[in-house]
Design a protein around this ligand. Sequence first.
Ligand code: ZN
Length: 195
Amino acid sequence: MQKQEIYDQILRRNQAWVAQALSLDPAYFQKMGADQAPFILYFGCSDSRIPIHSLTGTAVGDIFIHRNVANQFRPDDPSAYATLEYALTVLKIRQVVVCGHESCGGIQGAIQDTTLPHVSRWIAPIVALRKENAGMLDALGSLSEKQTCLAKLNIHQQIDTIRKSDIYQSLSDAEKPQLHGWFFEITTGKLTVID
Ligand SMILES: [Zn+2]
């Protein structure tokens, strides 16, 4: 299929989706436009193979989402901070998830020292994390094992950064959200909770 054809098909599918939603509930979009009340803030990777609503059985409106390469919450990323601030102080979300995953290209780039300049700049903190944990990672045999290990270390790192953020620290104990780490196995579809 040619790229223009693929693009046109996506727009046709939107029309079909609207028609189907309205056939089930004529007020569906009016209700959706009224407000949002998500109960989970999700920081995940941009990877196309992680259908967050499907794999958690959640619906449109349930999850406030921020995605980037290798699911990072970097102190120098105003977009991530704005997302966290809005989610915690305006939407009053009390569950925050950082989800890493198997076969992450960003993690692989950090292990293999990617030569892509912008990716390299973005994943520099993960390269630093790799170097801090070189002993543990070098003991693992395959690239896949190293990727999984570094992805899990990276999840810990992001949760730690969220916990230390001025946004999180400024909240009372009652307002502070629970912070969770998830690892998604693409080859099984299963989520593992990271302590
Ligand atoms: Zn990824």
